[in-house]
Design a binder for this molecule. Structure first.
Ligand code: GLY
Length: 383
């Protein structure tokens, strides 16, 4: 049986081979993108960028001790640095997304992997998905109970099966076949999460009443070859039952990546994110806006249109507009995005979102509450 580090190594090898193959397959367009990118944005355009989240919700500095805040910020920084390091070393966006998500899955602080919430029956059912913007290949798993790092399994579904989405026992059998350790359920037991379930039952509360936030984790990245990737991992919502599945493992809702537009990972009230198709909706709006602009100017789509889109803040507006739709329907949460131009943005309709971003331009910041960004771009609402 292979441990998590062995799996990461194996995943990296697979990615390197895939990246080499992709380099030849996409050589001409990638070179064109890189040249145009340099022409249009000069030396200053970020060569790589990454954004991460560890959930969104009703977060207030008044309700968080300085120690707790420092703990979250440190955990976010570890995840951000892990992903940024991969990109700095020339690794792929797919590798960076997994490298950033792994420490959050291994932390008790986030509702994913080790820190997953409990179902109504007192189990931890994990969901994850991942998508490669190069070819829109995707992998996802739902309801797995014996896999320490579901994001790695989601990627194996993508690379080692003809499928996109596996569930429950079947997904676990596939994991064993792929050499994953069978993680005992006790590994996922945390006192804090059990108390939330017990309180929910005893006081007839909703999962939002007991958790105040969605601790789903995710990462999106642009690598120096111009490729995008997105991944998301979660335990779902406290007290979920009847096989309930949220947005995190649903490609198009919680996760989407397309080199032509953007990469998105979501956190929030999954039912609403599924109904809006949040992640794909944002990407589609960007792509259609670009085509419309090109059509209006009577030419083929080129980097001038991308520059126009950037100047107009179209990416932030599209993300905010889609999140406003989620809110209109009654849902809440947030998204992280990166674009082929290296912008790393956030949008959320909650008071806070655990988040961070880093770029080759030297941006490196983590934040929790609204309006905390210091880098001056893509600032978040200060509720
Ligand atoms: N966003 C996670 C869920 O709804 O399950």
């Amino acid at each position: 049986m292979m441990g998590a580090s062995g799996l990461v190594m194996q995943a990296m090898k697979t990615q390197i081979i895939a990246a080499l193959a992709a380099t030849f397959a996409f050589l001409a367009p990638v070179a064109a993108i890189a040249d145009n990118h340099a022409d249009e944005h000069g030396e200053d355009a970020p060569r790589w960028s990454i954004a991460i989240h560890g959930g969104a919700g009703t977060l207030s500095p008044d309700n968080m001790t300085p120690e707790r805040r420092a703990e979250y910020e440190a955990a976010l920084q570890v995840a951000l640095d892990a992903g940024a390091q991969v990109l700095k070393n020339g690794g792929t966006a797919m590798e960076a997304v997994q490298a950033a998500i792994l420490p959050m899955e291994d932390s008790e602080l986030f509702n994913a992997g080790r820190g997953a919430v409990f179902t109504w029956e007192g189990e931890n059912e994990l969901d994850a998905s991942i998508m490669d913007g190069r070819d829109r290949s995707a992998g996802a798993v739902t309801g797995v109970t014996t896999v320490r790092n579901p994001i790695l399994l989601a990627d194996k579904v993508r690379t080692e099966s003809p499928h996109v989405f596996l569930m429950g026992e079947g997904a676990e059998q596939f994991a064993v076949k792929q050499g994953f350790d069978v993680t005992p359920p006790e590994y996922f037991y945390t006192q804090r999460r059990m108390e939330s379930l017990e309180r929910m039952k005893a006081e007839a509360l909703s999962s939002l009443d007991v958790d105040h936030k969605f601790g789903t984790v995710g990462a999106v990245a642009l690598d120096s070859q111009g490729n995008l990737a997105a991944g998301t991992s979660t335990g779902g919502m406290t007290g979920k039952r009847w096989g309930r599945i949220g947005d995190a493992p649903v490609i198009g809702a919680g996760t989407y990546a397309d080199n032509r537009s953007c990469a998105v990972s979501a956190t929030g009230w999954g039912e609403y994110f599924i109904r809006v198709g949040v992640a794909q909706e944002i990407c589609t709006r960007l792509r259609m806006t670009l085509y419309r602009e090109a059509y209006a100017s009577g030419g083929d789509l080129n980097d001038q249109h991308r520059a126009w889109m950037r100047e107009q803040g179209v990416v932030q507006k599209a993300a905010d507009a889609v999140m406003a739709e989620v809110k209109e329907l009654g849902g809440d949460g947030g998204v992280i995005l990166v674009t082929p131009d290296g912008d790393a943005l956030f949008s959320f309709n909650t008071t806070g979102m655990y988040r961070g971003r880093a770029t080759s331009d030297g941006v490196n910041e983590v934040a929790i509450f609204g309006g905390e960004e210091g880098s001056g771009t893509g600032n978040t609402p200060d509720h």
